[in-house]
Design a protein around this ligand. Structure first.
Ligand SMILES: [Zn+2]
Ligand SMILES: [Zn+2]
Length: 559
């Protein structure tokens, strides 16, 4: 618009993905306009197995520092860990409310409590089609279908235009709870004109449609009608529809349902209390009651579908669970996808289960799992409804983003695709939409036992520990003379038992005695230097003669 002062300037809107764009998990995005910013989701990523002792990975929040005092709200799309798991670690940088659906907030609250974060009445529940005003931004919540109830997309009305953020979604036309995807509103927005669409790319490389949650009923029905023993179903505790479906079948086939594993009990309780999981009277039993019922009358919903060492199913698999025991003829159903990186752990769990003589059912035997993310055709459908001016694929590794971008250029050739990655500042203003800048982005490793960040050297130590074990060398030195008081003692843990190691350990005290004898007087008088000498000597020997790099922990005592 031309005015006397010259061209009318539209305030710029910046979209800054800080996690989940270029990788799976830890979704977090900053939307900034003038002196107002809003954080969308604050998720975690589960660590790869090589990140020993790291419990969680969250997006690097450094970039948020530059927005201190301007982040007026945290807006949550839904309650999956990759969207809410990092809240306790970033909430200190947010000044206003946390908006989310009722179920999402019910999952967030205990998480904050667990971390000792009290944000009082800042949790504000929002229903679909409700709107909140945050400075120049008006955020509208739209219901989508996904693998958990109460999932939302956001229509962010900005001075530069409407930005639609889909959150995670699939298009389930027959959702179990009959809460339909608000495709109508999405189409309305599309008709009125959408500036930018940010859409879930998780399954962009899968053909066709993902299929309704109901599509697994047949597979489960077959299992229920043929199983003669207990049925165990391993699933994610947040897959409420899956739980509901198993509960319904249990009711139908006169079986009792027990929730087994902390996460399963915790989430099912919340879902039941809020009415998202409907339990027919008399169906539920406690896990401690399982043994009191004949095997053919019970179904257990268990945690541990990823082979997590401390979760229910892997423990049951090695007959190390207090309440639930397996017997030959029982059936175990894996009703979840294998998260990449977990295959080995899952395989081990399956081997143990097979040794117990149970029937294993996975998605390759029967259709017992369906993804919560839309495939190609569903993504195209959303694109065709919204027909945005700009399209930014989100939630995925680069290849899924690229694939989604290709789909977009087929569906809406007029649309400009902006390929962004974590840390890119995507700006929308008079000059259009493009990446204008970069902010710090990366990952922060969280060690849950100390709620601290894990430094690189700690990680390196843990890697050596896990791969090659630990050697503790105790050296007693005369504080006066610096001479050895007694032969060095060695303790090893986690070292492979073999002849080479035996010889090395047997020879090590003499080796250390020689090393210490060779050391200068000053070196011997300095426990720090001596420790280092002991460490290097032992490491060199193990490296040279056994090709191993155990973690060496020298202890020097002055007597
Ligand atoms: Zn999700
Ligand atoms: Zn997600």
């Amino acid at each position: 618009m031309e005015t006397a002062e010259g061209p009318h300037r539209v305030p710029a809107v910046d979209i800054i993905p800080l996690g989940g764009v270029g990788e799976f998990g830890m979704n977090m995005m900053l939307v900034a306009c003038g002196d107002t910013a809003v954080l969308v989701d604050a998720g975690v990523m589960f660590p790869e197995p090589e990140l020993f002792g790291v419990d969680l990975v969250i997006p690097d929040p450094t970039a948020l520092e530059a927005y201190r005092g301007r982040i007026k709200a945290l807006v949550l799309t839904h309650g999956h860990e990759d969207h809410i798991g990092g809240i306790a670690h970033v909430i200190g940088r947010v000044d206003g409310p946390v908006y989310g659906s009722r179920f999402t907030l019910a999952l967030v609250a205990p998480k904050l409590e667990e971390h000792g974060v009290d944000i009082g009445d800042r949790l504000v529940a929002i229903a679909p089609r409700e709107t909140v005003e945050i400075g120049p931004l008006r955020i509208e919540f739209l219901r989508v279908t996904h693998s958990m109830p109460d999932s939302m997309a956001l229509a962010i009305h900005t001075p530069a235009g409407v930005v639609v953020h889909t959150g995670d979604f699939k298009i389930d036309l027959t959702p179990l709870d009959s809460n339909h995807f608000d495709l109508h509103r999405l189409a309305e927005l599309g008709t009125a004109g959408v500036l930018a669409l940010l859409s879930d790319s998780t399954n962009a490389d899968r053909r066709g449609m993902s299929g309704s949650e109901r599509s697994v009923i047949d597979g489960f029905e077959e299992i229920f009608s043929s199983a003669t023993g207990k049925i165990l179903v391993a699933a994610f505790s947040t897959s409420i529809y899956r739980l509901q479906l198993v509960v319904n079948l249990a009711d139908q086939f006169d079986r009792k349902v027990a929730f087994v594993g902390r996460g399963m009990q915790h989430t099912s309780q919340i879902a039941e209390r809020l009415g998202y999981l409907k339990m027919p009277p008399g169906v539920q039993i406690r896990d401690s009651d399982v043994r009191d019922f004949p095997a053919q009358d019970v179904v257990c919903l268990c945690t541990g579908s990823q082979g997590e060492a401390l979760a229910a199913l892997p423990r049951i698999a090695i007959d190390d669970h207090r309440q639930v025991k397996l017997a030959e003829g029982d059936t175990v159903v894996f009703s979840a996808r294998s998260i990449p990186g977990n295959e080995k752990a899952i395989g081990r769990t399956m081997n143990h289960l097979a040794k117990r003589g149970v029937d294993l059912v996975t998605d390759s035997d029967k259709h017992v799992h369906v993804s919560g993310h839309g495939n190609e055709e569903e993504l195209k459908f959303v694109l065709s409804l919204v027909r945005p001016r700009y399209f930014v694929p989100i939630h995925g590794e680069y290849r899924q983003l690229a694939r989604h971008a290709r789909l977009a250029s087929t569906v809406c050739p007029e649309t400009t695709v902006v390929m962004a990655q974590d840390g890119d500042v995507v700006r929308f203003d008079d000059e259009g939409g493009r990446v204008v800048d970069r902010v710090p982005a990366g990952r922060v490793l969280i060690d849950g036992t100390r709620t601290g960040e894990v430094a690189d050297e700690v990680l390196r130590d843990r890697r050596h520990l896990a791969a090659d074990g630990l050697i503790v060398a105790v050296v007693a030195i005369n504080g006066q003379t610096g001479a050895l008081e007694q032969p060095p003692a060695l303790f090893a843990r986690g070292l492979a038992v073999d002849a080479k190691h035996d010889t090395l350990l047997r020879e090590a005290p003499d080796l250390l005695a020689r090393e210490i004898g060779d050391a200068s007087r000053e070196e011997r008088a300095d426990p720090g230097l001596l420790k280092e000498r002991v460490r290097v000597a032992l490491q060199r020997q193990f490296k040279k003669r056994a090709g191993r790099r155990p973690l060496v922990l020298p202890i020097v005592m002055e007597v």
